[in-house]
Design a protein around this ligand. Structure first.
Ligand code: NI
Length: 249
């Protein structure tokens, strides 16, 4: 089930069967000269929606949280960022809205490494409220980066042993190419593999990484490789959500 295409009576009925919901979360930010600005929310959404469509056991997917903590990309047009404090507040309100209706297991499937610290801080805020209020146990949030789903990191390394990098990677570009082939772009990358280094503020990022890539050669991406990654991620996600729904782990 996709929450956006459900009615409230359908969600009420779902809650009688399951307390688990999957929420894709990402970022709207530059991904080099050929990567889509939506790459980091498209990837978890593509994987979650494919898992939902293929599910034998029921899977509910909430709307995608599509803007994240991307201040370091603001030197590139089109990037949109929430500061950490804003994002923490937004994740809290999303979570508490769902929890108020009875959801007890919130599985956040993340597509942006820059979100991780802020999502974890948001979970701490949510758990703190429960602790101070003396609420009963049972409510759980889980953060999973799509590339950390079982077997996916290894697969990406096998597909792209050189020039994978950490931003505008061939694996994330390939996932978007597989799902949206009409939006494939091309460019001549110079150098072929981009530089690596630290992440600080926007002006420093643009000076260090002039075309937006970090350590990557996205020219290796292809729709076929993207389909292979999606298939592995979908299978792993279904299993990971099943375990989370049953055990909270
Ligand atoms: Ni990305």
């Amino acid at each position: 089930m996709l929450l956006a295409f459900s009615t409230w009576p359908e969600i009420e009925a779902y809650l009688a069967r399951s307390k688990t919901v999957v929420i894709p979360i990402g970022s709207t930010e530059q991904h080099g000269p050929t990567g889509l600005l939506g790459t980091d929310w498209l990837c978890p959404e593509i994987i979650a929606h494919r898992a939902e469509a293929a599910a034998t056991a029921e899977l509910l997917v909430a709307p995608t949280f599509a803007v994240g903590m991307a201040q370091h990309h603001l030197g590139f047009p089109g990037s949109i960022s929430l500061r950490p404090s804003t994002m923490i507040a937004a994740i809290r309100d999303w979570s508490m809205s769902l929890h108020a209706h009875g959801f007890e297991r919130l599985y956040w499937l993340n597509g942006h490494g820059g979100n991780v610290a802020t999502i974890e801080a948001a979970f701490s805020e949510i758990y703190s409220e429960a602790s101070y209020a003396g609420r009963p146990r049972g409510f759980a949030c889980k953060l999973k980066n799509w590339w950390d789903l079982k077997g996916v990191n290894r697969l990406c390394t096998d597909l792209f042993p050189e020039g994978h990098g950490s931003h505008a990677t061939p694996s994330e570009i390939a996932v978007t190419q597989a799902a949206y082939p009409h939006a494939i772009k091309s460019a001549n990358y110079a150098p072929r593999i981009a530089a690596t280094g630290p992440i600080r503020e926007a002006a420093d990022f643009r000076a260090r990484y002039p075309d937006g890539r970090m350590g990557s050669d996205p020219g290796q991406a292809s729709p076929d490789k993207g389909q292979t990654i999606i298939a592995a991620a979908v299978q792993a996600l279904r299993e990971d959500v099943r375990v989370f729904a049953e055990s909270g782990l």
